[in-house]
Design a protein around this ligand. Structure first.
Ligand code: MG
Ligand code: ZN
Length: 196
């Protein structure tokens, strides 16, 4: 069983742009590629989990999303950083566009995307990490029995206040994705986390 590094996309890997829908808007967060490359080297499975309710809201299509994702992959690959898998939730009950405007089991903080990774990639959720810039990312990790890390990029700074106010358990608050991966690396070095 592998350890998963479940990464939110917007505000965690690439700069937050509301309802990012064009490859021209894609910009990586500083040191994000370096962080992912390091996670690859540590043998962690890097899995993107992304809520994309813009599809249910009729703002862009799954095809548009695929083009944006390819642009992100391309920028990462240029720096030798590799994503092992990507899951997204296109749903939103209040949306306008069938068949996406419905309840589902994958919209974070629900854990449907992690369950799929658990089965398809043989991931041990109890040893895995969920990293994101929103309280819903933190809750996703907690709901899955994984460790949650909040990054202060994207919406992270104001979400940190919410995490505190609502007393949501969080393993670590990181400056950015790179800092988060350094934290995990130190857990591995201190043998608080075993890779096998
Ligand atoms: Mg985000
Ligand atoms: Zn969904």
């Amino acid at each position: 069983m592998d350890i998963g590094l479940f990464l939110d996309r917007d505000g965690t890997i690439n700069e937050e742009v509301d309802y990012l829908s064009s490859p021209h808007q894609v910009q990586l967060i500083p040191r994000a590629a370096e962080a992912i490359r390091e996670a690859n080297r540590l043998g962690l499975k890097v899995i993107v989990i992304s809520n994309q309710s813009g599809i249910a809201r009729g703002m862009f299509t799954e095809e548009d999303l695929a083009i944006v994702n390819s642009a992100i992959y391309r920028l990462l690959e240029q720096q030798d950083a590799h994503i092992d898998a990507l899951y997204y939730c296109p749903h939103y009950p209040g949306g306008t566009t069938p068949p996406y405007n419905t309840e589902c089991d994958c919209r974070k903080p629900k854990i449907g995307m992690l369950r799929r990774a658990q089965e398809e990639l043989r991931i041990d959720l109890s040893k895995s990490f969920v990293i994101g810039d929103k309280i819903s990312d933190i809750q996703t990790g907690n709901n899955a029995g994984s460790a949650s890390i909040l990054v202060l990029t994207g919406y992270g700074k104001n979400q940190a206040d919410l995490v505190r106010e609502q007393n949501v358990a969080v393993e670590y608050i990181a400056r950015d994705l790179y800092d988060a991966v350094q934290h995990i690396k130190s857990l591995i070095n201190r043998k608080s986390l075993s890779l096998s």
